[in-house]
Design a protein around this ligand. Structure first.
Ligand code: ATP
Ligand code: MG
Length: 447
């Protein structure tokens, strides 16, 4: 049984004024050795044999305790990156703002990060207006626990000894499905505003509830997202909407008042921080979740085509009333909408260009007469544009005959085989070096 800390004690622990180590033995947490990635276990034991402390940490421990399959396994150690390199001569040291070692064995990549200390002192840390822009101050195990974002992400599992070390009450929070920020909420959100989005994402993804301390300030600090590099926010949007819980992510963003800050191109609903929930977008998010659950590919292009359709269509319709063709109106409307959105999320051109094609092809799909019309079937964006037309027809019965025409047109048509742009859950088509994007922004990341 874990001692139930009284609220006072607990607040002090979370604020970091005291730390209290709780050790949870394997007999209690029940994570079995064979649930762990053998390579991660090997990396930990090699570090331990070399005389260092080493643990499996973060999302993988949390996911295992929740009965979910972890995406990847991360290791934290008191060895510096150079010392890690000594133990694994072939590892790569990466990252400037957040230095860490990439250890690759048997085709599996394990990120090995040195414990971080507090960033207000020391050579390796740098704060700017309260924001962490460099995070390379080494610290103790306790300090590393305290610098993590949420208590449920601050659990350290020793795969050799079997114990979990918990300095923040994260184990109890997990059992009670509670999301709690470690430390003083305002300071921690200002240090790295992406934590605002991470709160929404974990609520959506894990089905945990944010406690009052964690959620109360989110709406009023949402404006801080304007200072986060848009490339990092694009990655967060992909994690929110392309990993199987898009609908719940949308609800969480709305509930936390983060939607207007994330989607400046969309119409505010009038309620603080919320946008109008466009029915087409809602259906697109449900379809995306369905596709992910069936392991079908999903793409940032289609996601952004759906997210931004409402303002694009509104502007395009005005132009059409003024006699501009549907094709040109859609093309023209895409400019201001994408440029407004790109102040917050930098959608790489290879995706935004496909979103535009999906929109513009809505005009081409209107034309069904003659043999030439059918040439569109060979277009590489046809399937996506057709799926988009189905979405629109779901909201507008007048489009149903058109959708039906294109459904029938495909019968017996031999589509050319081609590689799909889509890679599920991956924001980029090119293979991102692990850690590159995530760590690329303001400092913070994994551990
Ligand atoms: P998922 O992999 O599902 O996105 P995760 O918790 O593993 O969730 P990562 O981004 O992989 O998230 O980060 C790994 C760990 O690093 C987290 O569990 C947390 O302890 C720490 N971490 C990541 N980002 C931050 C951050 N912005 N601030 C503080 N700690 C962070
Ligand atoms: Mg992770």
């Amino acid at each position: 049984m874990i001692a139930k800390a009284n609220e006072d004690l607990r607040t002090k622990i979370l604020e970091g004024t005291i730390t209290k180590l709780i050790t949870i033995p394997a007999s209690q947490h029940r994570i079995a050795v064979d649930q762990l990635c053998p390579v991660a276990t090997e990396v930990v034991s090699a570090l331990q044999q070399a005389g260092y402390m080493a643990f499996i940490v973060g999302g993988s421990v949390r996911d295992l305790l929740l009965g979910k399959k972890p995406k990847d396994f991360d290791v934290a150690t008191d060895a510096t990156p150079e010392q890690v390199k000594h133990v694994f001569p072939r590892c790569r040291l990466i990252g400037r703002r957040f230095r860490l070692a990439h250890v690759r064995q048997k085709g599996v990549l394990i990120e090995v990060a040195t414990f971080r200390g507090s960033h207000d002192a020391g050579k390796g840390g740098e704060l700017q207006d309260g924001r962490i822009i460099r995070d390379n101050v080494w610290g103790s195990l306790e300090e590393d626990a305290m610098r993590r974002d949420f208590t449920i992400n601050a659990l350290f599992l020793d795969p050799v000894g079997g114990d979990i070390s918990d300095f923040t009450g994260g184990y109890e929070d997990l059992l009670e499905r509670r999301l709690r920020l470690v430390g003083d909420p305002e300071t921690r959100y200002r240090e790295d505003p992406v934590r605002l989005l991470r709160a929404a994402r974990f609520v959506a993804k894990l089905g945990v509830e944010a406690d009052e301390r964690t959620s109360a300030l989110i709406p009023e600090l949402a404006f801080l997202l304007a200072d986060v590099p848009p490339a990092r926010l694009f990655e967060e949007v992909c994690k929110l909407f392309l990993t199987g819980h898009a609908m719940r992510s949308f609800e969480a963003l709305q509930r936390f008042g983060l939607s207007t800050a994330m989607f400046p191109a969309l119409k505010p609903s009038g309620e603080s921080g919320k946008i109008v929930a466009d029915p087409l977008l809602m259906q697109a998010l449900r379809n995306t979740d369905d596709r992910v659950s069936r392991e079908l590919p999903v793409t940032p292009s289609f996601l952004f085509a759906s997210l931004l359709w409402q303002p694009v269509w509104e502007i395009a319709q005005q132009d059409m009333e003024n006699g501009i063709t549907m094709h040109d109106s859609l093309l023209l409307a895409s400019e201001p909408v994408f440029s407004k959105q790109s102040t917050r999320t930098a959608v790489p051109r290879r995706f935004s260009s496909v979103s535009r094609e999906i929109w513009v092809m809505q005009a081409r799909l209107q034309k069904t007469r003659g043999k030439r019309a059918l040439r569109i079937l060979a277009d590489r964006t046809f399937r996506a544009a057709y799926d988009f037309l189905l979405l629109r027809a779901g909201q507008d019965t007048e489009l149903e005959p058109l959708a039906e025409f294109w459904t029938k047109a495909q019968v017996g048509y031999k589509f050319p085989a081609r590689k799909t742009e889509a890679r599920r859950g991956k924001p980029s088509g090119r293979r991102r070096r692990k850690g590159e994007g995530r760590r690329g922004g303001r400092g913070r990341k994994k551990a």
